[in-house]
Design a protein around this ligand. Structure first.
Ligand code: 13P
Ligand code: SF4
Length: 331
């Protein structure tokens, strides 16, 4: 008990309950806790396979936000990263929201500090602010619209053509959207380390080995990757594309966690991860933030209902407005 109390005190520093769980059958215990606590596990496609398997719902950022908003479970266990769990709490504030590892952050969200963004916004007072959901609650509170990669184009198109727009925080997604929408949005200079890790040279070599493979990419990838991609879309868009395509072979440029779902859905197709610049262990690109969540941390977060996500109510009141505008436009 002493160890548990110490671990609880250390949770802010360590990010999770750092206690031993010898001989635990995580699958059995997590399923038991789901029932006992009327909990729902929401997981992003980039989570480890075991978490995707045990989750009640696996989705992209938009689907996860929609699901979090409407759930009547007492506890939302968010197997994703901090901004996702924070969005779930803002959307459903009476629910307990837990994140298996509080330190599961996001390089893209971190690339947009609120004080600097606020100063940038003040320099362009006549601009409407559209922000990608991969940002903090503080940035959302400074925004007019939130979007995800599944609905960004639709949301931007809903804003009158003559209205100038600031788009943040992803410069790659923003540049791609400028092309897609024919606008000249002002772009915040942020990026995702995972989607900027792909090597175009290695990719082209790989394509020579697999000339029939179709390259598909997430729009957080850099322009040179998007230029050679035959399909560009969000994680759910990429999954749908592979499911519905007649093609038999794909090279996929996004975080490697998506391959689990893609291979399960398409056992007859060849799915190859796009190669990263560095020689990672997986020879692909993995988000180390997403991979911080483990079965053990998931189990502990459900058992002890911590680390839990709290959002200041005044901040939440401001941040929910652009999120709700997005949800309204995404129906
Ligand atoms: P989507 O799930 O919206 O495709 O976003 C991918 C991502 O990078 C999540 O962090
Ligand atoms: Fe953030 Fe990139 Fe990881 Fe998504 S993949 S959570 S954008 S660092």
């Amino acid at each position: 008990m002493k160890t548990l109390e110490k671990a609880k005190k250390n949770i802010e520093k360590v990010g999770f309950l750092n206690i031993d769980t010898p001989k635990i059958d995580y699958v059995k215990e997590i399923n038991k806790l789901k029932k006992e606590k009327n909990a729902i596990i929401l997981a992003h496609y980039y989570q480890i396979d075991g978490i995707q398997e045990i989750a009640d719902f696996v989705g992209d950022s938009l689907a996860l936000a929609q699901r979090a908003a409407k759930t009547d479970a007492d506890m939302i266990v968010f197997a994703g990263v901090h901004f996702m769990a924070e969005t779930a709490k803002i959307l459903n504030p009476t629910k307990k929201v837990v994140l298996p590892d509080l330190k599961a952050g996001c390089s893209l969200a971190d690339s947009c500090p609120p004080a600097e963004f606020s100063a940038f916004k003040k320099l362009h007072p006549n601009h409407v602010v559209v922000t990608y959901i991969n940002c903090s609650a503080e940035i959302k509170a400074l925004s007019d619209y939130v979007c995800t990669s599944s609905n960004a184009k639709k949301i931007i198109d809903s804003i009158p053509k003559e209205t100038p727009i600031i788009f943040a925080p992803d410069r790659n997604l923003g540049a791609w959207l400028n092309n897609e929408t024919g606008r000249e949005m002002l772009l915040w200079d942020g990026a995702c380390i995972v989607h900027e890790a792909f090597s175009i040279d290695k990719l082209l070599d790989l394509h020579k080995e697999h000339p029939n493979a179709e390259l598909i990419a997430h729009p957080e990838s850099e322009a040179h990757m998007l230029k050679v991609a035959k399909y560009i879309g969000s994680t759910s868009g990429l999954l749908k594309h592979v499911r519905e395509s007649d093609k038999k072979e794909f090279i996929v440029a996004t975080e490697a966690g998506i391959l689990f779902q893609m291979m399960q859905e398409n056992p007859d197709k060849i799915i190859i991860p796009a190669p990263a610049e560095e020689d990672n262990t997986c020879a692909c690109s993995e988000c180390h933030f997403m991979k911080m969540n483990t079965m053990q941390k998931l189990y502990l977060s459900m058992k002890y209902e911590m680390p839990s996500i709290e959002v200041d109510s005044e901040l939440a009141k401001k941040a929910i407005l652009p999120i709700n505008r997005m949800l309204e436009l995404s129906k």
